[in-house]
Design a protein around this ligand. Structure first.
Ligand SMILES: CC(C)(COP(=O)(O)OP(=O)(O)OC[C@H]1O[C@@H](n2cnc3c(N)ncnc32)[C@H](O)[C@@H]1OP(=O)(O)O)[C@@H](O)C(=O)NCCC(=O)NCCS
Length: 180
């Protein structure tokens, strides 16, 4: 498995499903995730998602586990892998809100980036973040991501439109950050 200073990234287990379902039904968490209509998630949907991991293609998910307590606190992964241009699109969430703003997300993202560059041999990691999600943007900046562009009014939520920001980091920048 892949270790950071505070977390490890490991494969999802069947016993994570109830907590994953709980996390995915938290309104505050969900407000920061995805562009789909935020319908509640049923246990069966979550279980089917878990079962789909076994055959997923170009979609690699890790559970984030707190090293100190062994608790499953969130997830991250590669949502899309372009093997020709060597660009990976990633995503992350910390589902247990008591862990927010304590460095767990940054630690997990750094482990994920190392995996993407060193194991998948990608040249670039990119992600999308809503304009209002300042915590996530700060986390990504700490990991070395740079804002590359704004997708205007990409999200409709709570009766309003919001922008989405594309962020990315190149392999050469990641190596430079590691060495400095
Ligand atoms: C985004 C997320 C993964 C970040 O993980 P985290 O463990 O909370 O983040 P970190 O503590 O590593 O870094 C967050 C930084 O933002 C800062 N921060 C928190 N709220 C902030 C705000 N409103 N404005 C600016 N900075 C803020 C924190 O203080 C911290 O910076 P510091 O280390 O310099 O103090 C996590 O908060 C999360 O899952 N949020 C909900 C889902 C989500 O937003 N997913 C990402 C979708 S793109």
């Amino acid at each position: 498995m892949y270790y950071g200073e505070k977390v490890k990234l490991r494969a999802y287990k069947r016993e994570d499903v109830p907590l994953a379902c709980e996390y995915m039904n938290d309104a505050e968490l969900k407000a920061h995730l995805g562009t789909d209509v935020p319908f509640p998630m049923t246990f069966d949907q979550e279980l089917r998602w878990y079962e789909s991991l076994a055959t997923a293609k170009d979609n690699y998910n890790f559970a984030i586990e707190d090293l100190e307590t062994g608790k499953y606190i969130g997830g991250c992964g590669i949502n899309n892998a372009n093997w020709l241009s060597r660009v990976a699109t990633v995503g992350i969430f910390i589902g247990d809100k008591s862990y927010w703003s304590k460095g767990y997300g940054t630690d997990a993202m750094k482990v994920l980036m190392k995996f993407v560059f060193e194991q998948m041999n990608m040249n670039k990691v990119k992600l999308f973040v809503f304009g209002f999600n300042k915590r996530a943007q700060k986390c990504y900046e700490k990991c070395g991501f740079k804002a590359e562009g704004i997708l205007r009014q990409e999200l409709f939520r709570d009766g309003h439109y919001y922008d989405e920001i594309a962020m990315g980091i190149l392999r050469e920048e990641w190596i430079e950050n590691k060495e400095s």
